[in-house]
Design a protein around this ligand. Sequence first.
Ligand code: NAD
Length: 262
Amino acid sequence: MEDKIQKIAEWIVGSRALVVFVGAGLSTESGIPDFRSPGGLWDKYDPEDFLFQNFLSSEAARQKYWQMATEMYESMKDAAPNAGHFAIAEIERLHKLDCLITQNIDGLHFKAGNSEKRVLELHGTAMHVTCLSCMKRYERGDIQERIAKGDKAPRCDTCGGLLKPATISFGQSMPEQETMEAYRRSQACDLFIVIGSSLVVQPASLMPVAAKERGARLAIINRDETACDYLADMIVNASAGPTMASVVEKVKMLLGSGQSSL
Ligand code: NAD
């Protein structure tokens, strides 16, 4: 394990362009459940119920969606970044991060100190709500107040359109600009590190493949196996927070910075 952490740190220090790609597993240590681990959200809800097409076509589906979305938001709104988030922010501060591609919708990268220009939120953000008709944007907290008062599937107060958290649901189009940029960065990087993702959700899971095809090194830090383990140059099956904290300590030692803000 120590050897693997040392090697990843050396790869980071020697890299020309590092892409870090994260999933829900990065945030479980902040108390936010992932989807697929035991006790995760798919143990409680049926993913079929959350297809975008169902949201559009049925009031019952919209109410169910908002029920799950409210539960997720409750776990996210006051969550604090953990050692894994801080480690990634530190890698940016050390000028070693080309880009952070996140599937997470919890906003914790920004709380940890990553800058907006380095982060691509592939699946949107739960911190805002959008009207699907006129695209009016709302603060999430304001809409949750309405829900707490009994509005089970809120509508836009300007045009009456359907309101939905500004996240990407199954069956909903990916944000074009972010997705294209994420592909471009994945293909151009020389080191691609996955942290806390099962890599089963597409098209996000195609990014490590794109990186590998163009000759990048691929390291995966995940508690369980992933769909891309067969491609990886290094696999660390361990918790994201402590592992990334150790990686960054070694990076700082190698860079000789001697800074310790983690
Ligand atoms: P996933 O649930 O499919 O996989 C999470 C992976 O993380 C699992 O393989 C698990 O073994 C691993 N893991 C869990 N805790 C870990 C830890 N502490 N350290 C290391 N590994 C850990 O998640 P995914 O691949 O991100 O895909 C699911 C989708 O869920 C994404 O699209 C994302 O938008 C959404 N989601 C986001 C959040 C969030 O924003 N925090 C939470 C739940 C789901």
